[in-house]
Design a protein around this ligand. Sequence first.
Ligand code: HEC
Length: 135
Amino acid sequence: MNSHNNAAAHARLRLFGVASAAALLLTAASSRAAAAAGDADRGETLYQGCQDCHSLDKNDVGPKHRGVFGRKAGSIADYSYSDGLKQSGLTWDEASLDKWLTDPQAFIPGAKMFYHLSEAQDRADVIAFLKERAR
Ligand code: HEC
């Protein structure tokens, strides 16, 4: 009803627009960084899904995970692996873990892990967790 209030309201709207555009840019930048590197914090949360079968320090349905990044596949002495995994000749790194977590049985025929992560970002984050926190 008076032009002064209208101008103030417009200025607030403009500021809000700038702030939310900046927030969007920041969000886009940080999710790009996470996609490249993997976010170990998020990976730690996602790892809860692995804990139905795995733990870091004890064999369970699946083998223990501490030190798995950089380890030869199928090499925990007191865990009973599938022949496929034992004979794979793989070493676990970003690329092999990414394929394994996409579809274990397509990657290694005869593998006995029934679980996968469909989202590339989820796989990158869990791999970052294993690499950085499961040493
Ligand atoms: C339903 C049970 C189950 C779940 C859930 C599961 N795994 Fe497994 N995992 C297994 C089994 C069983 C094996 C052994 C596979 C074999 O011998 O062929 C295995 C093996 C592995 C190996 C190979 C380790 C080695 O010593 O060579 C890795 C790495 C692995 N799992 C990662 C994961 C991650 C990461 C998750 C969660 C995103 C996960 N697993 C979820 C059952 C599971």
